[in-house]
Design a binder for this molecule. Structure first.
Ligand SMILES: [Zn+2]
Length: 162
């Protein structure tokens, strides 16, 4: 079953809590989980060109914001806020991009992306054509700051949902 057919099917079905063995986000092959809660999990997006890039993924099959249950919606905003704050403190980015697309998988997820004026795509989105191929002289320091951020986030996320 293709990802598209899973997505199309989930549009017609009620949102589901059941894990599906044919879904890449129910049964991820490689995922570096930073924190996992009852409704959401936070993973390292693993993009080496953008240190600290995170994804916040809803655990059940649900694709639209208005379909979230109230506790899921409340936790989402609390989590985005605490992630944004701690990302700003540790990474000191030029800007933080927060985006939800979800056209290819049946789990709503949020990209939380620290952006720097000298990152490969700035000021365009990460999904655009690269603007430059130089590596910032700050890149190593940003990777180290990202590791500090990842170490702090489990405690901060757990606190944010209580
Ligand atoms: Zn799934």
């Amino acid at each position: 079953m293709s990802i598209l057919s899973i997505l199309m099917k989930s549009d017609k079905d009620e949102p589901s809590s059941a894990l599906r063995s044919d879904c890449s986000l129910c049964v991820p092959e490689k995922e570096v989980v930073i924190w996992r809660g009852a409704f959401w999990r936070l993973i390292d997006a693993g993009d080496t060109s953008i240190p600290g890039y995170l994804r916040l993924i809803v655990n059940r099959h649900i694709t639209e914001l208005s379909w979230l249950a109230k506790p899921e919606r409340e936790q989402l905003f609390s989590l985005l806020q605490v992630i944004d704050e701690s990302m700003r403190q540790e990474l000191k980015p030029t800007k933080i991009n927060i985006a939800s697309l979800g056209n290819q998988v049946p789990h709503m997820h949020w990209h939380i992306i620290p952006r720097w004026h000298d990152d490969p795509y700035f000021p365009q989105s990460l999904w655009s054509t690269a603007q430059r191929d130089t590596v910032s002289p700050e890149q190593d320091a940003r990777h180290q700051a990202a590791q500090r951020l990842f170490a702090k986030l489990p405690k901060l996320c757990a606190k944010a949902v209580y």
